[in-house]
Design a binder for this molecule. Structure first.
Ligand SMILES: [Zn+2]
Length: 291
């Protein structure tokens, strides 16, 4: 197995919405807002090369939306899926599977692209994975979540014939060494891949812990459907992570890709920050705790 960071680019979201009940005087020190109160966030995806599989986890917001849409989200920076795949010698046609943690536009918008007046799969040879429960809420969204589930990101996936539902239960393997953890606080049945990479477990945090700042328990996004469930889910998974020396991978942190964790007086916090590309080296130096 090999893992690569594939950054789909940066965008902006309202700082208040991203930090929920946390006052700006606190979050602005960690992620300073611009004059419109917007903060910059990454859409950091991951490619897992695993035997014959090339699995892309999430794919950013894509480029098929209109100018008005992008004027709300300010895409910026030089990164794109195509560019970052090419950096490692891959093209979109090499992707065998697209794993969608959930169907909010900043996670799945790159799944599809415009070809003339049609919307078609960006990854022509890939199967696209979601789950039945999440699909159900994405296709009949509540009014509060509606703005995150865009019809044009969802319906053409079904029409393409490339859509599949994951059936693995919570904690079960989907593929060898890739377990699925389900969380429901942010949205119904969001899926976090828990990857067993050699002897290290890496949790792809998606929107459960979008950035290192969100490790702190009350730092929960205002976007979440059930913030108290997020709190419980975060508590449970972070405790499991710190007890087992997991590495966390952050999809939205504007700068930090991965971290290890430590228990402190204030709760679970960052121990070390490093890019995914350094993980082999890190694992080499990490003390081996064989039983
Ligand atoms: Zn989301």
């Amino acid at each position: 197995m090999r893992l690569y960071t594939i950054n789909a680019g940066h965008f902006k979201l309202d700082g208040g919405a991203m930090f929920g009940v946390v006052p700006k005087t606190m979050w602005n020190k960690v992620n300073p807002a611009d004059e419109n109160n917007m903060c910059s966030w990454a859409m950091r995806c991951m490619l897992i090369e695993h035997g014959n599989y090339k699995i892309l986890i999430d794919n950013g917001m894509g480029n098929k939306q209109d100018e008005k849409f992008f004027s709300h989200y300010y895409p910026h920076g030089e990164d794109s899926i195509e560019k970052n795949l090419a950096k490692h010698g891959f093209t979109t046609d090499d992707i065998t599977d697209v794993f969608l943690t959930h169907l909010h536009f900043d996670h799945c918008g790159g799944s599809l692209m415009r070809e003339g007046d049609k919307i078609v799969p960006t990854f022509k040879k890939a199967l696209y994975w979601t789950n039945q429960k999440h699909w159900q809420s994405a296709t009949s969204p509540n009014d509060r979540e509606k703005a995150s589930f865009l019809k044009e990101n969802i319906l053409p996936l079904e029409e393409s014939g490339q859509l599949r539902f994951i059936e693995a239960a919570d904690g079960e393997e989907w593929l060898q060494d890739i377990r699925i953890r389900y969380v429901n606080g942010h949205t119904d049945a969001m899926m976090l891949p828990q990857i067993n990479y050699n002897d290290t477990t890496i949790l792809f945090c998606a929107d459960l812990v979008p950035s290192t700042a969100h490790l702190s328990m009350p730092w929960v996004m205002a976007y979440d459907m059930r913030p108290l469930d997020t709190l419980r889910e975060k508590y449970k998974l972070l405790n499991e992570a710190v007890a087992n020396n997991w590495v966390l991978f952050f999809e939205h942190d504007p700068v930090n890709e991965c971290c290890s964790l430590q228990q402190t007086e204030k709760g679970i916090r960052v121990k070390e920050i490093f890019p995914l590309s350094e993980i082999d080296e890190r694992m080499g130096i990490a003390p081996v705790t064989e039983k």
